[in-house]
Design a protein around this ligand. Structure first.
Ligand code: ASP
Length: 446
């Protein structure tokens, strides 16, 4: 792959610039919020004419390339793996790892929410006030939830009947399926013609990754704009009554990233977690600022290949699947929120109920779309199953963006962990293949 590593100038590496964009955007946004307030005309206009458009342009650039990138990388991945048995084996390992890490994350969330019981700290006044403020928004989301059921039809729809429509709708699962079938078919035609198609797809992949590099050049500004938009308008006063709930979600997500991913990386992947996290900063920050796993996918693929040295056929296969199916942060958030709202509304849940909630969170996280708020319709569905009023979602809507940023970061980090795990398990990569970078800690686990 010829796309260049993430350095823009000799002195300041791009990931440092992106981090600076994040910090500056957050600090200026919080300062504006505290001094002027989120509805002050200056804040509104800066968001409307400067921060908002810059953030949207960055996000649009990423989304612009998601479909060609997913198609090219997954079909190349499957064709590159060559024999279909190997594809099946990697697919099974990948899904197994997704299920394992998702179940692990829900467990962390459920243990914390049952220990700290944030729902018992919400007074009836706060509950009524939040329901009044966000009731309208909740009703809209409940309507949307009615059309997004997750069941056998979801599986049937993976077999897309119109790949062009899947592309238009950003239905990644449909495109992934088409890409897998296309890549498999390449291995079945004459070698000469197959090679022509592979050369074409390789060129397409390389071009798209070049566009990712170009998009990432404006990432520091885009990230600053997106973060300014969230922090300057955020209702900081909301944090207080929901502080324990927000803390439980953020703490559980942090524990899952810092503790669970670290031991998985050390034990099964053989890479120092410090090196890993240093290398994946760019996709983590992109996920945090965009709240979209799908939007972050181009950055994740480029990072896995360029900064972790993962073979393209593994990164191109595992990461698109991960962005759509492996949502550790989302399932954890769903589990905590269902129990939190059950506590608020006095719905008692048996151990059996909680086990079913866990399973439902794992399954629905697979079905959630990798876009901001993508999990909310499915969350409403789980609430309904356990007799917790769906309108209760109003309680958390005010803080959801902040939680979405954190859970998407977890989702994307989990996809990158899964990719290194599969690459290692397949014997096609090890930590010594991480490209040298003088400013990062040594690659191998101690
Ligand atoms: N925003 C999340 C993602 O893109 C999905 C969600 O939990 O709402 O990964």
């Amino acid at each position: 792959m010829t796309a260049t590593p993430t350095k823009t100038s000799k002195s300041v590496p791009l990931h440092t610039k992106i981090l600076s964009g994040l910090l500056i955007g957050a600090l200026v946004g919080i300062a504006a919020n505290l001094t002027l307030g989120g509805t002050h005309p200056l804040v509104v206009n800066v968001n409307k004419y400067l921060a908002g458009p810059i953030g949207a342009i960055f996000l649009n650039l990423l989304f612009m390339i998601v479909i060609p990138l997913v198609f090219a990388s997954i079909s190349l991945g499957v064709a590159g793996l060559g024999d279909l048995k190997r594809v099946g084996r990697i697919g099974a390992k990948t899904l197994g790892f997704f299920l394992f890490s998702t179940a692990l994350s829900v467990t962390v969330g459920l243990l914390l929410v049952q220990t700290l019981r944030p729902g018992t700290r919400i007074t009836p006044e706060v509950r009524t006030q939040l329901m009044e403020t966000y009731g309208g928004d909740a009703a809209v989301r409940m309507q949307a939830a009615e059309t997004s059921t997750f069941g056998i039809q979801t599986l049937v729809n993976v077999v897309t009947r119109n790949p062009v429509k899947s592309a238009v709708d950003l239905d990644l699962l449909g495109i992934i399926f088409f890409g897998i079938v296309f890549g498999a078919a390449i291995t079945m035609i004459t070698a000469e013609r197959g090679k022509m198609m592979i050369t074409f797809l390789e060129a397409l992949n390389e071009i798209v990754l070049k566009i990712v590099d170009m998009a990432m050049k404006i990432a520091p500004y885009g990230v600053a704009g997106l973060i300014f938009g969230v922090t300057s308008r955020f209702g900081l006063s909301l944090l207080q009554p929901l502080a324990v709930y927000v803390t439980v979600v953020l703490l559980a997500l942090t524990l899952h990233i810092v503790v669970n991913y670290s031991w998985i990386l050390r034990l099964f992947v053989g890479i120092s977690p410090l090196t890993f996290f240093a290398r994946v900063r760019a996709p983590m920050i992109t996920a945090f600022s965009t709240s979209s796993s799908s939007g972050t996918l181009p950055t994740s693929i480029a990072t896995a290949e360029q900064r972790l040295g993962i073979p393209p056929q593994i990164a191109g296969f595992v990461l698109p699947l991960g962005a759509t199916m492996n949502m550790n942060g989302t399932s954890l958030f769903e589990g905590v929120t269902v129990i939190f709202l059950a506590q608020v509304f006095g719905v008692s849940l048996s151990l059996g109920d909680q086990a079913i909630i866990m399973v439902m969170c794992v399954i629905t996280a697979i079905g959630a779309a990798g876009v901001p708020g993508g999990s909310l319709p499915l969350l409403i569905g789980i609430l309904a199953m356990f007799g917790v009023p769906g309108e209760g979602i109003a309680l958390i809507l005010g803080v959801d963006r902040i939680l979405d940023m954190a859970r998407t970061t977890t989702n994307v980090t989990g996809d990158l962990v899964a990719t290194t795990f599969i690459a290692k398990a397949e014997g096609s990569w090890n930590a010594s293949m991480v490209p040298d970078e003088s400013d990062d800690p040594p690659a191998r686990a101690a």
